[in-house]
Ligand binder design. Structure first.
Ligand code: PMV
Length: 355
């Protein structure tokens, strides 16, 4: 990347969705490198929208940042972003010439308790990559733009690396995924069965409160975890199994791995030191009903969980109308204040402003 020689300003804006992991990223080393490969669906209606006005001036001597979240200054997020840039200064040789005015908002309610760092950090990374493209006259190859965005997103929040692409996305080196890397994510949509291209994810908000354990504290629990090696082995195995399962459209086998990954993640947290139980009684209640309906009605729906109590309910598009009725009747009573977010696999980030 070249040095800044002239004063340049511009305005860029991106919308970027959240994602839901099928194979979970849990455990990291070095500078945000994953202990195992992970796989996720990028969502559609749960997104962050970030506007970035930049002013790059060779005469400026110190990085400066203004940050507004949902229309109000947010010192907490501003500090997090400031630290992100400073910690990764080697990645931004122009940092001291830069002034940024950032405004961000989420499509989902702030109190919904859903992970917003993947959408927020991928939206920010898309803006930075666009800005760099303008400052330095584009990337040598088109594919390098998203690669750079994914790398930058990863440095802010590992799972955000996956949100820069739509559909099914893998992050972390796996011998079963072509071109996969620990440094950035890659899309894996080429041979994906149609059923998974329109899969639904309905998020049942059981508790909208703050997370009981931050992601970084969570990942660090794996460093000395007695089961970590076995976990990383299983994750790699799941990547291999899912490749065939998702090409063949085998929803049942997909569902088995999906639920196993969720319960493994929570199991690992329960038997960590310190130990965390992040499920709530209503999380289990919902899981019980989901499994009961699946068995008694042969209804193809499956659950997964992030590092929190909310349930992600996943099912094919063909049964979406029926699922909505069942959710309203059987599951909404166990959510907090009836909060449910209907989402589905989506196309990835969308540019709102800027070339
Ligand atoms: O991206 P982070 O550091 O917030 O970690 C995300 C971890 C999980 O959401 C639990 C799993 C995943 O792969 O998204």
């Amino acid at each position: 990347m070249k040095q800044i020689t002239e004063h340049k300003t511009g305005h860029i804006e991106w919308q970027s969705p959240s994602n839901i992991a099928i194979v979970k990223y849990w455990g990291k080393h070095g500078n945000q490198l994953p202990a195992n490969p992970s796989l996720s669906f990028t969502l559609s209606t749960s997104y962050s929208q970030t506007s970035m006005e930049f002013d790059v001036n060779p005469d400026r001597k110190k990085f400066d940042l203004d940050f507004e979240f949902e229309g109000k200054p947010s010192p907490k997020f501003a500090e997090r972003i400031q630290k992100y840039f400073e910690r990764n200064a080697a990645d931004f040789p122009y940092l001291n010439n830069l002034k940024l005015y950032l405004k961000s908002r989420n499509s989902f309610p702030h109190s919904a308790g859903i992970a917003s760092s993947a959408s927020a950090m991928s939206a920010l990374a898309m803006c930075i990559a666009s800005m760099e493209s303008r400052l330095f006259g584009g990337f040598p190859e088109k594919s390098m733009f998203r690669m750079r965005a994914s790398h930058l997103a990863r440095l802010a929040s590992g799972s955000a690396a996956r949100s820069v692409y739509g559909g099914l996305v893998a992050w972390g080196e796996s011998e079963f995924i072509a071109n996969s890397s620990d440094y950035y994510a890659v899309p894996v949509n080429e041979n994906l069965h149609d059923t998974f291209k329109s899969f639904h994810d309905t998020i049942l908000i059981v508790d909208a409160g703050e997370k009981a354990v931050s992601s970084s504290a969570g990942h660090s629990l794996m460093t000395k975890h007695p089961y970590s090696e076995m976990r990383y082995f299983t994750a790699r195995q799941h990547m291999e199994m899912l490749k065939e399962i998702m090409e063949q459209g085998d929803v049942e086998e997909f569902g088995k791995i999906l639920e196993n990954e969720a319960l493994t993640l929570h199991g690992l947290m329960m038997n960590s030191d310190p130990s965390f139980i992040l499920m709530k009684p209503n999380t289990l209640k919902i899981i019980e009903i989901v499994r009961e309906v699946r068995e008694s009605q042969k209804f193809p729906w499956y659950f997964t969980l992030d590092a929190g109590p909310n349930v992600h309910l996943m099912y094919p598009h063909e049964v979406a109308d029926e699922a909505r009725k069942l959710i309203t009747e059987l599951l909404v009573p166990y959510t907090q204040g009836g909060q449910v977010l209907y989402d589905q696999v989506g196309a990835g980030p969308r540019k709102i402003q800027g070339e």
